[in-house]
Design a binder for this molecule. Structure first.
Ligand SMILES: Cc1cc2nc3c(=O)[nH]c(=O)nc-3n(C[C@H](O)[C@H](O)[C@H](O)COP(=O)(O)OP(=O)(O)OC[C@H]3O[C@@H](n4cnc5c(N)ncnc54)[C@H](O)[C@@H]3O)c2cc1C
Length: 612
């Protein structure tokens, strides 16, 4: 697999959602000539709300992102201040501003859909159609980058064949008004389904949510102070060592035990510092929600009263916690392993607790007329509408099999991006972190692609071997849901691996002497993608440093210490990992899973009844 010749090249980018948009910027930064095609009238992909479009697979009213803006915004344009959850509309505004700020729009052909892309010589012939005028044209490019997103067409479950009422797809959902007064069955799960189940059950006459298994529910403000982003830190990532993470994803620790021991020493000092000043001397607790300049947060990331809510308009009540813990236990997600089935949105919990939303676990057996029989033998009659939220099919109709023989497994591409048979074909937006943002992963991927094209870096000599190694790791680390093939276990680990290829990884030894506080931030505080702008190509140390110092810290000093101890052990120590998990979400369940007695069979029973 050779190194492409150096110099400026012509690149076609298909799709201008967040991933295509940042790809435009990264290729331009490397000096290439870029043309990006998108059929929409505005940049932003699914975030462009076109209510007239009947085939829409886009956002709906009232939605908030599942991760805060620090992880959803690109490393080269970080928002100021503490992390907050943007509404869908605000995120679209951010993307439009990004396109203006970096003068990207003259490289983007809106209202142009790519209908055909064919290998031609060493490059690609791309045929597009102007959706306003129907005119077609073809241009030649050296490289083709596909950024059409994973939300192509809605999937339809076979089990609802035979249903005679109305069927509505999640991609078409705008708001809950059409469901008012109706009997609704919602099928499938995920963050969008969580929003829809809450909104629909507020207005419908009856609403049942059918899921295959109890999910692990992660509220967006798990400790009622700051977002889940703050739990994405390197001290946490260190525990992945036992699954050869460092071998396939080098970078921060530079495979150095000495560096890990230095962090352990730092964690030890930080622990005693906090113990002495905050516990013994009673200095005001500043840990939860520490934001800019160490000042305490005044509001949670949704702008709600601090310490009161675990999600948007969702009270941090003991009942809510009990329900979440019980579901984790019942769904087999209570161990220290990655959960098999995760919903990072807890807004629906209130309506399960107040009985507006019934939950049926196990799945649908059959549909007859307007009735549905579930696998547990129960039945729902007189259903007006079935709302389908089981995800989307990913398709590339403009490519043919000779040029791209896709087996459906993105892990068979190098870094879930480059087609190994022909590195002039690549994809951005198909590395989806278990927790974290798709767009920032695409940004890093695009940085690598742009440098590959100009010959400033190259694919590994044994590219198939490298792919297989990464694939083995991802399949192992995501083994509970390894059928979701774009899934990556850790955004941070994935991006560290790409950073090494680009040469923009955090220079730990340099920071240790030059800026140790910043180094500590990159280890123990919430992860910010601006870390990859501290060093290397297209870096801006000053603004990247500021962005790192604006992160919240999710782990207390005790938990950082436990994770650091675990980070120097040859294997993952489940009791230590369990300890911090225990302190976070599922105390009772953890007790049970470590051999203790189930603590609340009564509550388990109660929640189970609630779900049916
Ligand atoms: C309701 C909802 C909420 C979400 N929330 C989050 C979140 O909080 N955090 C997160 O990380 N992810 C979230 N996602 C996932 C989200 O889709 C991605 O993060 C992000 O939009 C992916 O960007 P993308 O550019 O890859 O794809 P998209 O946003 O889907 O954009 C793809 C673009 O490609 C264009 N296109 C398709 N075919 C062609 C063609 N033939 N020619 C030219 N252009 C074409 C499309 O028109 C579209 O504009 C959410 C998804 C949904 C549906």
């Amino acid at each position: 697999m050779g190194r492409p010749s150096s110099g400026s090249k012509r690149v076609a980018i298909i799709g201008c959602g967040p991933c295509g948009l940042t790809s435009v910027k990264q290729f331009l930064d490397e000096g290439h000539e870029v043309v990006c095609y998108d059929p929409n009238t505005e940049v932003g992909g699914i975030w462009v709300a076109d209510l007239e479009d009947k085939d829409r697979t886009t956002i709906y009213e009232g939605g908030y992102l599942t991760i805060d803006n620090k992880l959803m915004c690109f490393s080269d344009d970080q928002p100021e201040g503490p992390g907050t959850f943007s509404t869908f509309v605000q995120y679209e505004e951010y993307l439009v501003n990004y396109s203006h700020k970096f003068d990207l729009r003259k490289h983007i052909k809106l209202q142009h859909k790519v209908v055909k892309a064919r290998k031609a010589g060493a490059g690609w012939d791309v045929t597009y159609r102007n959706v306003a005028t129907d005119e077609e044209g073809t241009e030649h490019f050296d490289m083709l980058v596909v950024s059409v997103g994973a939300n192509g067409t809605n999937k339809l479950p076979k089990e609802i064949e035979g249903f005679e009422g109305e069927v509505c797809m999640s991609g078409q959902y705008v708001n809950s008004k059409p469901f008012a007064g109706k009997r609704v069955l919602l099928v499938g799960s995920g963050e969008s389904a969580a929003d829809m189940s809450k909104a629909i059950s507020d207005d419908a006459a009856a609403c049942t949510w059918s899921m295959r298994n109890f999910p692990a529910v992660i509220p967006r403000v798990p400790n009622a102070y700051h977002s889940t982003n703050c739990l994405t830190t390197r001290c946490h990532y260190g525990v992945q060592k036992s699954v050869v993470a460092d071998e396939v994803m080098p970078g921060f620790f530079e495979d150095s035990m000495l560096m890990r021991l230095i962090f352990l020493a730092g964690a030890w000092v930080a622990f005693w510092y906090e113990f002495f000043f905050y516990r013994i001397l009673g200095r005001e607790e500043r840990l939860n929600g520490m934001a800019v300049d160490g000042r305490k947060r005044k509001l949670d990331p949704f702008g709600q009263e601090l310490g009161k809510y675990i999600d948007y308009d969702t009270l941090a009540s003991p009942d809510a916690k009990s329900l979440i813990d019980t579901w984790a236990y019942l769904g087999g997600n209570a161990s220290t392993l990655q959960p098999g089935f995760l919903i990072k949105n807890a807004v629906f919990v209130t309506n399960v607790l107040n009985g507006k939303l019934k939950v049926n676990i196990g799945g649908i057996m059959k549909c007859e007329g307007k009735s549905v029989t579930f696998k547990d033998g129960t039945k729902m009659d007189d259903i007006d509408t079935i709302m389908v939220c089981i995800g989307f099919k990913t398709e590339f109709p403009f490519l043919n099999k000779d040029d791209f023989d896709f087996c459906g497994d993105f892990r068979k591409l190098w870094k879930q991006s480059v087609y190994p048979k022909d590195p002039t074909l690549a994809f951005t937006g198909f590395a989806r972190p278990i927790s974290g943002g798709v767009p920032v992963c695409a940004e890093m991927t695009a940085r690598v692609l742009a440098r590959l094209l100009s010959g400033k870096c190259s694919l590994p000599k044994d590219v198939y071997g490298a792919i297989e190694k990464d694939r083995t790791f991802q399949r192992y680390a995501c083994r509970h849901n390894c059928d979701i093939t774009p899934l990556i276990t850790s955004q941070l680990a994935f991006m560290d691996g790409l950073a090494v290829v680009i040469g923009c990884q955090v220079q730990t030894w340099e920071l240790l002497f030059a800026d140790p506080l910043l180094l500590w931030r990159t280890y123990a505080w919430g992860f910010n993608p601006a870390q990859y702008r501290l060093f290397g190509p297209h870096s801006n140390y000053k603004s990247a440093r500021k962005a790192c110092f604006e992160m919240d810290r999710g782990w207390s000093a005790l938990k950082v210490l436990l994770l650091s101890i675990d980070g120097v052990m040859p294997v993952v120590c489940p009791r230590l990992v369990g300890l911090h998990k225990r302190a976070n979400l599922s105390i009772d369940v953890e007790r049970w899973s470590f051999g203790g007695k189930p603590r609340y069979p009564e509550e388990v029973l109660q929640q189970y009844v609630m779900a049916n």
